[in-house]
Design a binder for this molecule. Structure first.
Ligand code: AMP
Ligand code: MN
Ligand code: MN
Ligand code: MN
Length: 277
């Protein structure tokens, strides 16, 4: 059981790296990648826990990148977390997140939320503030019934707490992952609001940048979307990755150790460059 996309409290997950690894091992996962948003701070702790639990830990990251005004997520797998260019870039993104969080808080305050920045910080275990931390606070404060509804009514484009952000460029993200010795994977491709034409344009760009795979099987996809992404990978001769995108038990519709099987016609990333020795 291979899961190449998960989160811990080092970003917007709710389990510590240790608890995440323990939960994954208990759920039958044998290879687990920790891919926190814009951050590798949880990897060392996860690796220690994995050694104790007897499972394989793949050091990873999920970089927020911008492509033609759109935010995309790029998973980096098996990278050197001590790479200096990578460390520098994550520091830079942390700063961008700081300013963005202040701006989100200012806007939420204007729509009647009390002390949003302090509230989001309370739900974050580190300096890294994501929209998810605001979402947890807004649920706690009774502004919405659950996380999904907070996003829908407050945190997405066109809603009062949305702040657009220019992340690293897609090209830069791919280069960072490769220079740190890792493989670059487009995360949950069906989650972006791209037309079919634009999605195919993106695939061509990914090919030209040497991106190593796209996620075909994802906990953020429906079964139908998995199938469509399998076809896309086949059409562009791109290897396929898989991951739950697990964030913790608060999102019960995503579970560890429960991924549907990879499409047999796809070439799995672990047979196309991802070394799991
Ligand atoms: P950020 O990187 O700060 O923009 O936050 C993005 C994160 O918010 C994603 O990685 C998801 O974990 C979470 N997220 C985005 N959209 C939704 C949604 N509709 N429902 C629940 N969580 C979401
Ligand atoms: Mn997230
Ligand atoms: Mn993502
Ligand atoms: Mn993710």
């Amino acid at each position: 059981m291979i899961d190449l996309h998960t989160h811990s409290t080092a970003s917007d997950g709710t389990l510590s790296p240790t608890r995440l690894v323990e939960a994954a091992a208990a759920a039958g996962v044998t290879t687990l990648a920790l891919t926190d948003h814009d951050c590798v701070a949880g990897v060392e702790e996860a690796a220690l826990a994995a050694a104790r639990c007897g499972i394989r830990l793949v050091p990873g990251i999920e970089l927020s990148v911008s492509w033609r005004g759109q935010t995309l997520h790029l998973v980096g797998l098996n990278l050197d977390i001590h790479n200096s260019a990578l460390q520098q870039a994550t520091e830079q993104v942390l700063d961008m997140r700081r300013s963005r969080a202040a701006e989100i808080a200012r806007k939420l305050e204007q729509s009647g939320v009390h002390a949003p920045l302090e509230g989001a910080r309370k739900h974050a275990q580190t300096e890294l503030i994501s929209r998810t931390h605001f979402a947890h606070y807004l649920v706690e404060q009774g502004h919405a019934r659950d996380i999904r509804r907070v996003f829908k009514h407050y945190l997405v484009r066109g809603k009062p707490g949305f702040v657009s952000c220019e992340w690293l460029s897609l090209e830069h993200g791919v280069e960072l992952v490769h220079r740190a010795g890792g493989l670059a994977v487009l995360a949950h491709p069906a989650r972006y609001t791209l037309s079919r034409t634009r999605m195919r344009e993106l695939m061509k760009v990914l090919q030209s940048l040497g991106v190593d795979a796209i996620e075909v099987v994802s906990g953020s996809h429906s079964q139908e979307e998995n199938r469509a992404m399998a076809q896309l990978a086949l059409d562009f001769n791109m290897p396929a990755s898989q991951g739950s995108d697990y964030h913790g038990p608060e999102k019960p519709w995503v579970q560890l150790g429960k991924l549907p099987p990879m499409y047999y016609r796809c070439t799995p990333l672990w047979e196309a460059g991802l070394n799991l020795d």
